[in-house]
Design a protein around this ligand. Structure first.
Ligand SMILES: O=C(CO)COP(=O)(O)O
Length: 137
């Protein structure tokens, strides 16, 4: 599964701890990230991460494009809800595309923990539900 990892600056430590803790699960998947998040995860956890541009330079949009092409199956995005971001429209667009394409997205540590545990147990049915719905359309 292709998984996107993104964290705003004040959430970078959280995503490092989170990916370290779940490195065993993440190592079984293809990881993608915005620029700085990806560099820090790769440096500090040893996981392989394909990096896009930094968020403010278009990284969120690049991940959105992968979602539109159905090449990204999960998004973990630790947002900072207390700091204004210069690229807020890009962030909204990415989250919107997750909803358009039924991509599971966690925007905080608690939701991400549930998603990763489900992934670890292969306890995931949404793809088959989406497939069924498409057939009925
Ligand atoms: O701004 C971001 C997401 O909106 C994250 O970008 P960086 O990973 O480059 O810090």
């Amino acid at each position: 599964m292709n998984i996107a990892l993104i964290a705003h600056d004040k959430k970078k430590e959280d995503i490092i701890q989170f990916t370290k803790k779940h490195a065993g699960v993440f190592s079984k998947h293809e990881l993608f990230a915005t620029g700085t998040t990806g560099m820090r995860i790769a440096d500090e956890t040893g996981l392989d991460v394909t990096r896009f541009q930094s968020g403010p330079l278009g990284g969120d949009q690049q991940i959105g494009a992968r979602i539109a092409d159905e090449q990204m199956q999960m998004v973990i995005f630790f947002r900072d809800p207390l700091t204004a971001q210069p690229h807020e429209p890009d962030i909204s667009a990415l989250l919107r595309l997750c909803d358009v394409h039924q991509i599971p997205v966690a925007t905080n540590l608690a939701g991400a923990e549930i998603m990763v545990r489900a992934l670890d147990h292969d306890d995931i049915e949404w793809n088959s539900i989406i497939e069924e719905n498409r057939k009925q359309e």
